[in-house]
Design a protein around this ligand. Structure first.
Ligand SMILES: Nc1ncnc2c1ncn2[C@@H]1O[C@H](COP(=O)(O)OP(=O)(O)OP(=O)(O)O)[C@@H](O)[C@H]1O
Ligand SMILES: [Mg+2]
Length: 472
């Protein structure tokens, strides 16, 4: 047989020496194994054979050690020449204590290794074994919880709602998940675009692959290129010594989520488009091309058509990514779901030890339902958090909610007054302008803080200031 190769045979003198040690210690251990410099088995003691439940006519000599002990570290000992004096190895369902020693010739070059398996009932080893066992149990519990968490946190069921628009949205998401083309998620700020991007990935064939997100608004233009395409060692002065893969490469086999795509600088757009067309990337400073397989999901709260007119967004890129388009309705268009959404959001708000859970009263829900929510679900969450912080107990009633709501006249949905009979867009713009002024007042003029109060990003806030002529 080809793999039973005698080339690496351990010199007889060394074997003899090892056997001497073996005989001296034999009553303290349960089995022993010897390998040559290729980590092929050269000897296996009878007790180890029984421990491994080996058939009598099976001949292990000459086989790579991993063939009979998949977890064996003897190859590493041979390769590094360093002993492994105390380790724990799992054989079947038993944890065994093992000790591995390299066999060196007179010149000090490694000719093989010997491994001993000790009884696992040795008293002094019990505490260590127990500890390892406990830690391993804890680890596997934590891992299971983590994967459950991942599964549930980002699946479609976490987008709460049963209204007609949401039911339609969910079935569209399920259909799009099964196709592999690029998807574009549009919707006002805080409507749940990111949640839905995760949900598409989770429901797609790529669910086992990576989900990599890049937020265009959060990364400075100068860094975006290396963020996407990676850095090869010494690509530019001061570049890291080690190559750093770009997000494109990291997302290989999975999904690349481009958040706030409307903020993607023009310089990157061209390069990006080329990658999408060619399906290959070139790492910074190198000329090697790499095939990549990623699904693009993009999201934005900006109006891409306006950006195209203003020539800050390339039309060819737009048509490339807007293959499957999803419009997430604003919260005010699914206000019937607000009670359910509140229940879900309240689950995440910490409460005192002795409380069983937040209770929100129907009158409070009614009040929330009359507001038009420019910051959508995120703004709703902020209001509930504020309410929870000021509530004397676990009950959130109308009074508490009223105090937590933005201090402007709610734009009364469903009970429009004469003044509000002009078209909806004007009414909304006026409400938004007022909300911004109110937030600025409450934030003592700090724009960062005001943006936080409204639950919008700084760049969105600045854009709105410009739109409503409030920049000064
Ligand atoms: N239908 C929903 N049910 C439960 N939670 C939701 C729902 N929609 C949004 N959320 C929650 O609201 C918050 C905002 O959602 P998300 O970040 O996905 O919005 P977004 O559209 O990406 O906002 P932005 O445009 O500001 O980035 C998140 O905490 C999300 O979990
Ligand atoms: Mg987002």
């Amino acid at each position: 047989m080809a793999h039973r190769d005698p080339v690496g045979m351990t010199p007889p003198a060394l074997v003899k020496e090892a056997m001497g040690a073996f005989n001296l210690l034999r009553e303290y251990f349960e089995g022993a194994i010897m390998v040559d410099s290729q980590a092929h088995i050269t000897w296996l003691d009878g007790r180890y054979r029984r421990l491994l439940k080996m058939a009598d006519d099976f001949e292990p000599l000459g086989l790579p050690v991993e063939d009979i002990l998949p977890n064996s570290q003897l190859r590493k000992v041979v390769e590094t020449g360093r002993p492994n004096l105390l380790d724990i190895m799992k054989i079947g369902d038993r944890q065994l204590v093992v000790c591995r020693i390299p066999l060196k010739d007179e010149e000090g070059s490694v000719q093989g290794a010997i491994g001993f398996v000790f009884y696992d009932n040795v008293d002094y080893l019990q505490p260590i074994l127990k500890k390892v066992e406990t830690l391993q149990k804890q680890l596997s519990r934590a891992q299971a919880a983590l994967s459950r968490e991942r599964q549930t946190k980002y699946s479609l069921s976490n987008f709460v709602g049963v209204s007609e628009v949401v039911t339609e949205l969910k079935s569209q998401i399920r259909r799009f998940a099964l196709r592999d083309g690029p998807a574009l998620i549009l919707g006002e700020t805080g409507t749940g675009k990111e949640l839905l991007a995760h949900a598409i990935h989770q429901a797609s064939d790529r669910a086992e692959g990576p989900f990599v997100a890049v937020n265009m608004a959060a990364i400075p233009e100068a860094l975006l290129e290396s963020e996407f395409f990676g850095v090869s060692p010494g690509a530019y002065t001061g570049a890291e010594k080690k190559p750093r893969p770009g997000k494109f490469e990291l997302a290989h086999g999975g999904t690349l989520f481009l958040d706030e795509i409307g903020d993607m600088p023009l310089s990157i757009q061209a390069k990006f488009l080329r990658v999408l067309q060619e399906g290959e990337i070139e790492a910074l400073g190198s000329n090697a091309l790499k095939k990549i397989d990623v699904r693009i999901i993009a999201a934005t709260s900006q109006d891409l058509e306006t950006l195209m007119e203003a020539r800050t967004f390339r039309a060819d890129l737009y048509y490339r990514i807007a293959v499957l388009t999803i419009n997430v309705p604003p919260l005010r268009d699914r206000i019937g779901d607000i009670a359910m959404i509140c229940e879900r959001l309240l689950e995440d708000i910490p409460r005192a030890q002795d409380m069983r859970g937040w209770i929100i009263e129907p009158e409070a829900i009614a009040l929330l339902s009359r507001y038009d929510w420019p910051g959508n679900v995120r703004e709703l969450r902020n209001v509930l958090e504020r309410a929870a912080a000021i509530a004397p107990g676990e009950v959130l009633d109308e009074t508490v909610i009223a105090k937590a709501m933005p201090r402007r006249k709610p734009r009364l949905l469903g009970s429009a007054s004469e003044a509000e009979l002009d078209d909806l867009a004007h009414a909304r713009a006026r409400a938004e302008r007022e909300a911004i002024l109110d937030a600025l007042r409450r934030a003592d003029g700090s724009r960062t803080r005001a943006a936080q109060l409204l639950g919008v990003s700084r760049s969105q806030f600045y854009e709105k200031l410009k739109r409503y002529d409030l920049s000064n």
